[in-house]
Design a binder for this molecule. Sequence first.
Ligand SMILES: NC(=O)C1=CN([C@@H]2O[C@H](COP(=O)(O)OP(=O)(O)OC[C@H]3O[C@@H](n4cnc5c(N)ncnc54)[C@H](OP(=O)(O)O)[C@@H]3O)[C@@H](O)[C@H]2O)C=CC1
Ligand SMILES: O=C(O)C1=N[C@H](C(=O)O)C[C@H](O)C1
Length: 274
Amino acid sequence: MGEAETRAQLGILGCGGRMGRLLLAAVLDAPGATLAGGSDRRGSAAVGQDLGLLAGHAAMGRLVGDDPAALFAASDVVIDFTLPQATAQHAALAAQQGTALVVGTTGLLEEHLAELERAAQRVAVLRAPNMSLGVNLLMDLVRQAASKLDDAYDIEIVEMHHRHKVDAPSGTALGLGEAAASGRNVDLDHASVRVRDGQTGPRRSGSIGFATLRGGDVPGDHTVIFAGEGERLELGHRASSRQVFVQGALTAALWLHGKPSGLYSMQDVLGLNT
Ligand SMILES: NC(=O)C1=CN([C@@H]2O[C@H](COP(=O)(O)OP(=O)(O)OC[C@H]3O[C@@H](n4cnc5c(N)ncnc54)[C@H](OP(=O)(O)O)[C@@H]3O)[C@@H](O)[C@H]2O)C=CC1
Ligand SMILES: O=C(O)C1=N[C@H](C(=O)O)C[C@H](O)C1
């Protein structure tokens, strides 16, 4: 088999977005991958633009499309950083076309997650609210700390992101909450306190609190605080560049190429699943 045949054909959905543009550039630079194409929302300003120029490269003479089905047909793996409703539709297309799917989109509700699970019965699907090595390692550390520190240590999760972010708490914060809840052997849906305002009363013992900050150009900061009497343990991660997410997504897509159907996570890619 020639080199061109072994390189994964990668497609980018939401290729006009913050993550999408960086992913186009990363795929164009990746030795193991070929850019199958890029697609965005019908009516988006990105549609019809040159893919190379959008990536900050030389013009390629290939344009951003608005037909996700055609992108799935042309790709081995499609990478999706869009919006929850779009991601759910893309998952159905992945299953129809037999194309693997990497999902970075956050803010997914039960109905969207169910669509990903349905698709994963037919094709390989990887979903990760955060593609960076550091955050995925942090999830393990949080699970471990939560399993050792009982309810005498109150768990609070603080996140800060750029002013353009549209979902809260971040997918990563919720993932860290899941890790803490699993370490404590409790259900996050019951333990979590996502908003505090007014006469809240004292803190409910055993709860896991979330606080959301938005502003400026922050790519993503997360801190998990274990606050006890007389001491506080803080485990955190700060992304200083989106490249950690981009390179993680590219690694995930190359890893997923040729995998059997199923729902995978970044923990699988990084070998952190113990
Ligand atoms: N897992 C991870 O590591 C990371 C996850 N994220 C998540 O990725 C998502 C995207 O983030 P970001 O790139 O900053 O957001 P942007 O808003 O910059 O990009 C989203 C892109 O998706 C496009 N889009 C919207 N609807 C559709 C649709 N129906 N079909 C195709 N494309 C569509 C948008 O087009 P238009 O603007 O024209 O509407 C835009 O180009 C968010 O959920 C974010 O939380 C972000 C970084 C890292
Ligand atoms: O919207 C973003 O930018 C990010 N979103 C992800 C999340 O919601 O956790 C990951 C990262 O922190 C950047």
